[in-house]
Design a protein around this ligand. Structure first.
Ligand SMILES: *[C@@H]1O[C@H](CO)[C@@H](O)[C@H](O)[C@H]1NC(C)=O
Ligand SMILES: *[C@@H]1O[C@H](CO)[C@@H](O)[C@H](O)[C@H]1NC(C)=O
Length: 421
């Protein structure tokens, strides 16, 4: 204030003094009082810029999706995985050495329709590139910290047999799943009905996925996951997106969603991880589903992933994992939501379609043609499928068997209701 007064007076004398005063005021205003805040915000700025540069590689072509995403077509050799020191000299495998076959592999007869991704409406990526959803500054700023972006916060795997209620209820994650364990598994497959469940608030999510698990539920749990999710914190909207996740230490230091860290090596130029799946199913309306297959190459040990019948998306190199470099010990299929109980009540975040299994086709969400890859590398219907849910009055699961659906289940629910207060 005093400086400003002096400047006003000085203006009568000369332009030069005025300029000097303005500069002086500027520095006095900027430096002493706001020093700590501006330096910490510029540290964050720098951190954000550094992270964005790491995640967003130079694009050959960029496609604006109707949902606001930008899909960058980046050279396949420029993908984030090759920042990993152990992948510096890696030769990309452009096709899997091995592909498991099974009874539903070429099942073209379907009661539901096939699906693509929304960004396809505005273009495609050329050969030799992969489509990568561009990470925006806002995406990073929504994360609890820039380092936490793209990672899970808690152990969220349901432990059906030795359920540890404390762990599960503390983190507020709820599941309705089918699972198999007690054997060695070399892959898993399912066709997953796709919906757009409502999320009550942005720090919650709702997903439907396959978990491939290796090791115990301790600190060295290995996990490969894929499916669809609605996650406002991760993506900034309420859309249903294709995702993958992996960790080799129970969500502590390693692993991430999609291509948000070094790990998954993508070879496909048509499907983008984290991109919106379109269209989604409607209650009493058209039903859409995606089929996902993940399997271990018996020779190289890499874990491959396929979307639909036609898209081999890429692989997780064997060296990322400890237990999973041999085999999986448990497979889970189903839904998960976060219940943050923000207003002291159960969340109204939906799982699946938001309707209970008993409503059946066209209303409840399903997984069908559930299969595992066995010790002789064949896809087969698993025996002894268990189910698990923490609160069946909120989200439930019901298995069935028969016809061209093979092993299937309906799952999900509305969350908060008179039965789930
Ligand atoms: C990659 O190749 C270079 C040159 O052959 C070698 O010096 C380096 O150790 C290799 N790095 C890895 C991680 O294998
Ligand atoms: C997502 O949905 C919630 C309500 O379910 C709404 O409050 C929020 O504004 C939506 N967010 C976006 C980004 O559309």
């Amino acid at each position: 204030m005093t400086m400003g007064m002096q400047c006003f007076l000085s203006r009568e004398k000369s332009r030069f003094l005025l300029m000097l005063c303005i500069l002086l005021v500027f520095f006095i205003e900027m430096t002493p009082t706001t020093a700590s805040r501006s330096s910490s915000s510029s540290t964050q700025d720098l951190e954000v810029q550094t992270q964005l540069k790491l995640l967003n590689k130079p694009a050959v072509k960029s496609i604006k999706s109707p949902d606001g995403d930008i899909i960058d077509c980046i050279k396949i050799t420029h993908q984030p995985s090759f920042d990993h020191p152990l992948l510096k000299n890696h030769t990309i495998q452009m096709t899997p050495n091995f592909h498991p076959e099974g009874i539903f592999a070429q099942n073209k007869v379907s009661s539901s329709r096939t699906i693509t991704q929304l960004w396809h409406l505005n273009g495609r990526c050329p050969e030799g590139t992969i489509p990568v959803r561009r990470t925006k500054k806002d995406d990073l700023l929504r994360a609890s910290s820039i380092k936490a972006f793209g990672k899970k916060k808690h152990i969220t795997i349901p432990q059906p047999r030795s359920a540890a209620p404390d762990l599960i209820s503390q983190s507020g994650h709820q599941h309705a799943i089918a699972y198999v364990d007690g054997d060695k598994y070399y892959g898993a497959k399912a066709t997953i009905n796709v919906w757009e469940p409502k999320i009550q608030q942005s720090n919650e999510f709702s997903l439907s996925q396959i978990w491939i698990l290796g090791g115990s539920f301790g600190e060295d749990l290995n996990s490969i996951e894929a499916g669809w999710q609605v996650s406002p914190d991760l993506y900034g909207d309420n859309r249903t997106r294709l995702f993958t996740y992996w960790t080799s230490d129970a969500y502590q230091a390693t692993g991430c969603y999609n291509l948000l860290c070094s790990g998954f090596i993508q070879i496909n130029n048509e499907i983008a991880m984290g991109a919106t799946i379109y269209p989604v199913s409607g209650y009493h309306g058209s039903q859409y589903d995606i089929s996902l297959l993940m399997w271990k190459d018996p020779n190289e040990g890499n874990w491959w992933m396929q979307f639909g019948n036609d898209y081999v998306l890429g692989y997780w190199p064997a060296f990322l994992f400890s237990y999973l470099s041999d085999s999986a010990s448990m497979i889970e299929w189903g839904g998960e939501v976060v219940n943050s109980e923000s207003d002291g009540q159960h969340t109204s975040t939906q799982m699946g379609s938001g309707h209970f299994p008993k409503e059946g086709f066209g209303k409840a969400s399903y997984f069908k043609n559930i299969q595992i890859v066995d010790g002789s590398n064949n896809l087969r219907v698993p025996k002894d499928i268990g189910t698990f849910t923490e609160q069946s009055n909120c989200y439930d699961v019901q298995i069935g068997k028969g016809g061209n659906w093979g092993s299937y289940f309906y799952y999900g629910g509305p969350g908060r209701s008179p039965d789930c207060p």
